[in-house]
Design a protein. Sequence first.
Length: 169
Amino acid sequence: IILIIVLCFVLPATPLFEPIKKYADFNGLASRSEFWKFYLTTFVYVLVLQFADWFSGMTAMIFYGGQYVEFAEAFIAVTLFQLFILVPSLSIGARRLHEIGKSGWWQLLTLTGVGIILLIIWWSQEGNVKLTKNKVSKSSNVDVDSKLRELNKLYKDGIITKKEFTDAK
């Protein structure tokens, strides 16, 4: 329990904290270093929590009546931690895929089992800055075009005057 309390105070100083601040933000980009630092920190936390659970006998007391359990059988603390970071893990994965020009929905490949191999390859790739800039400029061009069409329709329908149309354009 002391270890878990200490981890709560150490958490804000780790690379794990930044994605947790963006808890459910599936939009935007995540750099390769941000992504892998998050997963390295997560791995360290899992090992520490697994050891703390096994050493304290928390799982043994709750599920096995206090009998000794092997290291791999202690699971309560790790399971709770993994549930805590499930959404941040999915969101940072989606943001990482966005940086290489892929949709975050590609993470569903993990459900196939072997799809994780392709995802690890993609997550390891360098980001495509030109591709992300093009997506941003295309979306802004679409917004401008649709607004101009809407203004033109309002002018043709007589809802706005020519001066209002020219000013808005």
